[in-house]
Write a protein that binds this ligand. Structure first.
Ligand code: NAD
Length: 491
């Protein structure tokens, strides 16, 4: 299947991939094997960084900041647009690397992940040229303004589910605002992040503006947070690790943006377009094999339509084509690792033991000629909202169904957890949709759809799902600038 790889992807994978620090490729004594989840086989070797590499990367980012931050927004925008052009030329290669690394369906990577990430680079490049950097204050006897200025070298720590998009969503606004970056991708999925460094070098992004060190949380993540020249941190990942990172940042102290996990609910009323709800929700748990922070995994279905909804959604899920990410027919690939497969299957066991019923039988499956891959067929459970599978983030192709009678009960079920990332409501009554949407305690409420993303539409979580400037919006851009007041007494 790898016969179809572009020459660029093949060449990139065929030699050990070093780290990218100060515009140079830097080897390391230790390495990490990159595994293709579709087959369980090793596809690449990547240098494993350490404290010393982080020191070099932060020093480089700090030095580069002195000139990058002084460029005009237009000049920085020109660099980011050139990078976007180069990434666009390399869409197929990037999509193949993402599919091999994460296991996601190539068609999704090529049709969504890569183009949507590139659009982000263009959005923030353009935004930076129009942003307001100074605000005059109307004070008595003092001439004053608030001046927006970048922080310096920023640290970024990412998970493995959307490596390319998370890189774009977080790093592009920071760079456009004049900061420089040291990035720690997830040790499982470093490929597209490192490939973008190659493209950044080709288009002449100045050395030290983008640095990538691959490693574990302990070997690379902690030194990145603790380095005195790391001026702020953006973390995307689990709430458990997010809390530890927030307290480390608190000790420094530096600002820390957290984008954490979720346990989204979808409320389907009895006047909803059932076929649309079925398409949206089956799509939500099969997209990226359900490894999506904002996906809907608690399906609250009105009792009047419960049976027909279950009949249709189980039929749709049964027909999902599961296979290796690189197969063009694949609609849903494997999950990212053996550990993740074990976690998802462990939840199925625990949920059943706590009294849930499996209404769509799924779980571990093998795919012909890809026996070593980490495949999980979608499973649906129904039962009581006390069940562990209703309450905890599983991060796999699964949802837990609960029947409800009325609006008040549905809203109570949506809001009964500490997570607060994204929920949706389905009904043909838009007044009701808006009323319910406003009462959902989360960063995002979607109407008659799940997973609604656009540049200019703020996306962030609250409570256990995160805090800070979110992604994809003007607020994210301004979050990467600090306020400096400049004042002169007139009397
Ligand atoms: P994780 O928290 O285990 O790891 C995330 C990153 O943190 C990895 O790079 C990891 O190496 C690093 N890390 C781990 N321990 C660390 C430590 N002590 N110090 C510094 N760095 C450390 O998460 P994961 O399993 O990779 O990803 C899945 C989680 O990410 C899910 O909870 C998912 O919901 C969440 N997520 C959230 C969003 C969002 O936008 N809210 C987007 C994608 C994923």
């Amino acid at each position: 299947m790898f016969d179809s790889l572009t020459t660029q992807a093949r060449d990139f994978l065929n030699q050990p991939i070093p780290q990218f620090i100060n515009g140079e490729w830097r080897e390391s004594d230790e390495t990490i094997d990159v595994i293709d989840p579709s087959s369980g086989s090793k596809v690449a070797t990547v240098a494993k960084g350490n404290q010393n590499d982080i020191n070099l990367a932060i020093e480089a980012a700090d030095e580069a900041f002195k000139t990058w931050s002084k460029l005009t927004p237009q000049k920085r925008a020109d660099y980011l647009q050139k990078l976007a052009d180069k990434m666009e030329e390399n869409t197929k290669t990037l999509a193949q690397l993402e599919a091999i690394d994460v296991g996601k369906a190539f068609v999704n990577a090529e049709g969504f992940d890569i183009p949507f990430g590139i659009e982000c680079a263009r959005y923030y490049a353009d935004f930076a040229t129009k942003a307001v950097y100074d605000k005059q204050l109307d004070l008595t006897d003092i001439e004053a303004r608030v001046h927006k200025t970048p922080y310096g070298a920023c640290g970024f720590i990412f998970p493995w589910n959307f490596p390319f998009d998370l890189f774009m969503w977080n790093v592009m606004p920071a760079l456009a605002a004049g900061n420089t970056a040291v990035i720690k991708p997830a040790e499982l999925t470093p490929l597209t992040t490192l490939y973008v460094c190659k493209l950044a070098k080709e288009v002449g992004i100045p050395d030290g503006v983008i640095n990538v060190v691959v490693g574990t949380g302990k070997s690379v993540g902690i030194p990145l947070i603790e380095h005195p020249k790391t001026r702020r941190l953006s973390f995307t990942g689990s709430p458990q690790v997010g809390k530890q990172i927030a307290s480390m940042c608190g000790q420094r102290p530096i600002p820390c943006k957290l984008e954490l996990g979720g346990k989204g609910a979808a409320v389907v009323f009895d006047d909803a377009d059932i076929d649309n709800a079925v398409t949206q929700l089956a799509g939500a748990i099969t997209l990226n094999s359900g490894q999506v922070c904002c996906t809907a995994t608690r399906w609250l279905i009105h009792e009047n339509i419960y049976d027909i909804f279950v009949e249709k959604v189980t039929e749709t899920l049964r027909n999902t084509v599961i296979g290796p990410g690189m197969d063009p027919n694949t609609e849903m690939g494997p999950v990212v690792s053996q550990t993740q497969q074990d976690t998802i299957l462990g939840y199925l066991d625990k949920g059943l033991k706590e009294g849930a019923t499996q209404i769509l039988e799924g779980g571990k499956i093998s795919i012909k000629d890809h026996d070593g891959g980490y495949y999980v067929a979608p499973y649906l459970l129904e039962g009581l909202p006390q069940n562990i599978c209703f309450r905890e983030e599983i991060f796999g192709p699964t949802a837990f169904l609960v029947k409800f009678k009325d609006e008040a009960e549905a809203i109570e079920l949506v809001n009964c957890l500490e997570y607060g990332l994204a929920n949706s409501v389905f009904s043909s009554d838009l007044t009701r949709c808006n009323r319910v949407a406003e009462q959902m305690v989360a960063g995002n409420s979607w109407i008659n759809a799940h997973n609604v993303f656009a540049y200019g539409l703020p996306y962030s979580g609250i409570n256990l799902s995160g805090v800070g400037g979110g992604v994809n919006s003007p607020e994210t851009f301004y979050d990467y600038l600090r306020d400096l007041t400049i004042a002169r007494p007139l009397a």
